[in-house]
Ligand binder design. Structure first.
Ligand code: MLT
Length: 270
């Protein structure tokens, strides 16, 4: 089992930490609008999972979603933080679920975006193997051609398409293969939903063609007290496709948590 590593990240702002984990096969740049739009009140950290940009060292045969969660935990500790607000998109959401199982004491809240709790079916696992073998043999271009048309809502702008393409292009084949195999073997998180005790926000693009919005609504209904917000005019990459609505929902959710925490602290001091 490889050692956890401190990840590279993009950041903005100062104060309480909001940590953002990207989807497959993307990197921290998918959160560019959240770094800009949410950093007035907090420090926003968008990590690059291993094998991407400044985070080095990936071995396709031994990467796991749990290892990605260990990397995130090590990075948060290196930042001197005991508790953070943690958000993940799609595969990033799988990492959030693993983090919740391994490091619950490090969470103030969870934000699950365009993701799902269920594990892979045997057919989906077989497909992950095929994707990994194909990218190692032919590079990420065939994957890009299959996934890119589905990942964004039909009305996505050229700018959003270009940003998404750039991230696909820059992800090394070994990294895409590692992600695919890591997702194949991830734990099924469906049974954990009822035991999530921290405040949770579930966001989902209303035109997500990869993960149906009704499944996300159902997932949210199984998490005690979770809030669900549907993001209009967005597919599977809501933070890039409709950043204003995503930022509004996250700012409201975290703002309410900040106020409640401050009120509780004032109460304690009296
Ligand atoms: C992602 O966007 O991270 C992937 O679609 C997740 C998956 O393939 O399960």
């Amino acid at each position: 089992m490889p050692e956890p590593q401190v990840l590279g990240f993009d950041e903005a702002g100062s104060g309480r930490h909001l940590v953002l984990i990207p989807g497959f096969p993307l990197d921290a740049r998918m959160w560019e609008h959240q770094l800009e739009g949410l950093s007035e009140d907090r420090r926003v950290i968008a990590v690059d999972l291993r094998g991407r940009r400044r985070s080095k060292d990936i071995d396709p045969t031994s990467a796991t979603i749990d290892l990605y969660a260990d990397d995130v935990a090590k990075t948060i500790r290196r930042l001197g933080q005991e508790k953070v607000d943690l958000a993940g998109l799609s595969m990033g959401g799988y990492v959030v679920f693993s983090f919740f199982r391994k490091y619950p004491e490090m969470l103030r809240s969870l934000i699950l975006i365009d993701t799902k709790a269920a594990g892979d079916s045997p057919e989906a696992q077989e497909q992950r193997e095929k994707v990994a073998a194909e990218v190692l043999e032919k590079g990420t271009r065939p994957l890009t051609e299959t996934l890119l048309p589905k990942i964004l809502a039909p009305g996505a702008t050229e700018e959003v398409k270009d940003r998404t393409f750039e991230m696909f292009r820059d992800t090394p084949p070994e990294t895409a293969a590692a992600d695919s195999l890591a997702m194949k073997d991830r734990a099924d998180s469906a049974h954990d939903l009822g035991s999530i005790k921290v405040p949770t926000l579930v966001l989902h693009g209303d035109a997500d063609q990869i993960m149906p919005i009704d499944d996300a609504k159902h997932m949210a209904s199984l998490i005690p007290g979770a809030k669900f917000v549907s993001i209009p005019r967005a597919g599977h990459l809501a933070p890039l496709e409709n950043p204003d609505q995503v930022n509004f929902a996250i700012a409201k959710f975290l703002g309410e948590l900040d106020s409640a925490q401050e009120a509780a602290q004032e109460g304690d001091e009296r």
